[in-house]
Structure formats: C-alpha cells, structure tokens
Unconditional design. Structure first.
Length: 127
C-alpha cells in the first residue's frame, strides 16, 4: 500500500509555496480590477457579438467570445470563493456585474439604432 501511495505521489504536483500563493493572489487581484484594457475588451467583444447576432453569423459570435475578458475575473471569483478571500470575491463579482451591465446596455443601444425588425436563427436558438 505504501508503494502505491508513493507511486501516486510522484505524479501529483508539489503543493505551492507561500510565495507562489501570494504571487497567484496578486495576479488574480490585478485580473479582477477595472482598467482601460478590461473595459475596451468588454466593449469590443460586445460590439462584435451584437453585430454577429444581427448578421446571423456563428463565426463572428464565437470570435466575440474569444475577445471577451470575463474569464479573468471569473478566475478571481472562483479563487475567492474557494479560499474565503472576501475582498477578491467581491472585487471579481463587481467586475463581472459591471461588464455584464455594459454589454447588455450597449447591445440594447446597438439593437435600437439598427432597428432590425426580426431575429435571425442565431438569436432564436438562444432564446
């Protein structure tokens, strides 16, 4: 049994050091912070996705998903929840909520400006 345990431990990663944990925490805090890059990527991905829905193009919608920066604060949200880091959790949640509010507002504005009378199959598939 001890040999089996020793063999299994060879394949498992070493636990992170305190320094590595601190570095990860700092990176996650930085990723969950509002800055011009985050807002610009949110706006551009929203515009791309909205235009993809209007033009009924799956490829453009997928491209917008690649541009969207929401994975960064989602990592912080998960880490904050798992480690009990309330400040990081709150900061990440606010970044996600803010980006979602911006995206929905901008999409509604673009939809009103373009005045498309009916939805394409890409929109109908998501309703």
């Amino acid at each position: 049994m001890q040999r089996l345990t020793a063999t299994i431990r060879k394949f498992l990663p070493e636990p992170p050091t305190a320094e590595q944990e601190h570095k990860l925490y700092q990176e996650l805090v930085q990723d969950a912070t509002w800055n011009t890059n985050y807002v610009a990527l949110t706006l551009s991905s929203c515009i791309i996705a909205t235009l993809g829905l209007i033009s009924n193009s799956t490829a453009v919608i997928i491209g917008a998903m690649l541009v969207a920066p929401l994975m960064l604060p989602l990592r912080g949200l998960a880490f904050g929840a798992l480690e009990g880091e309330v400040k990081l959790f709150r900061q990440s949640l606010l970044a996600i909520a803010g980006a979602t509010l911006i995206a929905v507002s901008l999409s509604c504005l673009i939809g009103l400006v373009t005045g498309i009378p009916e939805f394409g199959s890409e929109v109908q598939a998501r309703i």
